[in-house]
Design a protein around this ligand. Structure first.
Ligand SMILES: [Zn+2]
Length: 139
């Protein structure tokens, strides 16, 4: 498992979400559930961003990185239930684990979503009926 102190420091250093305690707590829970190697691989050069509901866009300055860096952006809703938020965090990390953001050859967009869900479930954050219902109502 990832070290709690490492996880807390990683989340604390995500400047875009510093105002959102609920999102920070969800990320700590999900990242803490990952195997150590997975945690290190996923969080290397990862920037987590929240789109503020009242903003149209958001610009962030980043330090220089060696190699690719990754960004996860959230539309953060203060009313999102905690299990849905944890599922979303794990699902987005699952997309990074699968390693491709666009379908290739035999893949469809649904395949990519299923793979992300599969990774989320592996880490203990399955898409339950309740989560599915909440997300469908939101659309
Ligand atoms: Zn997805």
């Amino acid at each position: 498992m990832a070290l709690p102190a490492d996880v807390k420091l990683f989340v604390k250093n995500q400047r875009s979400i510093h105002l959102y305690g609920g999102l920070q707590a969800a990320l700590v829970d999900v990242l803490s559930a990952l195997p150590d190697r997975t945690y290190k691989s996923l969080t290397k050069n990862l920037i987590v961003m929240a789109l503020h509901r009242t903003a149209l866009g958001q610009a962030m300055f980043f330090p220089q990185f060696n190699g690719d860096f990754k960004i996860i952006e959230f539309v953060y809703d203060k009313k999102i239930p905690s299990d849905v938020l944890r599922y979303v965090c794990a699902h987005e990390l699952g997309h990074l684990m699968y390693g491709q953001l666009f379908p290739k050859k035999d893949d469809t967009w649904e395949t990519l979503e299923e793979k992300a869900d599969s990774w989320a479930a592996t880490w203990g954050f399955s898409k339950t009926k309740g989560i599915k219902l909440w997300i469908e109502k939101k659309r």
